[in-house]
Design a protein around this ligand. Structure first.
Ligand code: SF4
Length: 332
């Protein structure tokens, strides 16, 4: 489950993550039996998917403590529903102090003990080294994609298809895909938008392009918020904790609002974005807390903000698209 977790640690234990962000096409019905009505689609639809046997081939379900909704999901799965897969949790600190690093390292050690039980494999020093080398290369490839965005001859939809393939490909496959993208001028671009939020489905990018706009940059949990810094500490837990605690500004990690505003403002100016589109799944609490202050402070800097909430599904609702279109018109 989203958003932040230690990829190299899974690999060292010979496990491969497949991320569940919904999935959008799944009905809420089965999952909604286990949560309050005001729980987001990411959690409810994932629960429907799990309950319908969608995870048949997997050995464990890792639920990081991203928010109260995911913490609730971890509890419901682990304490009440007893799925075929082992349920694993990971408590992520909400600060970046020395004590947060120490806490996360001990959480990662606890998780590693459970991973040995799940996989039946205790990693050697060589396994850890190999895993960090491969996953760091993929992290660098993702960061490099963002650096090269203006020199890639691909649409926003194609760009985010590759960015999001990190959710299911191996590190090597991801690096190959990223390296194979054609260099050149991007297609005709229109008004630049910064998009913020948790996740955006591919069809949204086509619609935004048809409205005469493009994505100048993102602040998405499934995108730029996972451009991690890599390091070379000898201790694997220290190294894994460093990666997770140096991710970009992110409300689910407790980034103070002032830091978020400053980061967004600087990135929007550098990337040529004219306004901020906050595109959130309905009922996403960590995102909602920041919206009024982002609107106020970015508005004062000259950047209009539109906040839309959506329900995940096969189609984007007309009402949502009309609001985005009207916003783009005001920026043109
Ligand atoms: S959409 Fe928001 S509330 Fe739902 S799992 Fe993600 S961060 Fe948590």
């Amino acid at each position: 489950m989203p958003i932040h977790y230690p990829r190299a640690m899974l690999r060292a234990h010979r496990l491969h993550p497949m991320e569940l962000w919904g999935p959008p096409h799944v009905e809420r019905h089965e999952g909604s039996r286990h949560f309050q009505a005001y729980t987001c689609d990411i959690v409810v639809k994932a629960m429907s998917f799990i309950r319908s046997g969608g995870l048949g081939a997997s050995k464990a379900i890792l639920v990081p403590h991203t928010c109260d909704a995911l913490q609730g999901m971890g509890s419901v799965l682990g304490d009440f529903l007893d799925p075929d897969q082992r349920v694993l949790t990971l408590y992520l600190p909400r600060g970046r102090r020395g004590s947060d690093h120490e806490f996360l390292q001990s959480e990662l050690r606890r998780l590693a003990t459970t991973l040995v039980e799940v996989s039946g494999y205790e990693p050697s020093r060589a396994d850890w080294d190999e895993a960090f080398e491969a996953e760091d290369a993929a992290d660098r490839a993702l960061a490099d994609l963002y650096q090269r965005r203006d020199r890639l001859a691909i649409s926003d939809r194609d760009f985010y298809t590759v960015v999001r393939s990190r959710e299911y490909l191996t590190a090597e496959q991801f690096c190959q895909q990223a390296a194979a993208l054609p260099e050149g001028d991007p297609p005709e671009r229109g008004v630049g938008l910064m998009i913020s939020g948790i996740v955006a489905e591919p069809a949204l990018f086509d619609q935004i392009e048809a409205m005469g706009a493009h994505i100048a940059g993102d602040d998405l949990a499934c995108g730029f918020r996972r451009v991690y810094s890599v390091s070379a500490q000898a201790d694997p837990f220290e190294r894994a904790a460093y990666r997770l605690l140096t991710s970009p500004a992110d409300p689910t990690c407790g980034t103070p609002i002032q830091a978020r505003v400053e980061t967004l403002e600087a990135r929007m100016r550098a990337l040529g974005a004219r306004g901020l589109l906050i595109y959130d799944p309905k009922f996403c609490e960590p995102e909602l807390f920041d919206v009024p202050l982002l609107r106020k402070h970015l508005g004062a800097c000259g950047f209009p903000v539109l906040h839309v909430e959506f329900e995940m599904g096969d189609r984007l609702p007309h009402q949502t698209l009309s609001r985005i279109e009207a916003f783009v018109e005001t920026l043109s």
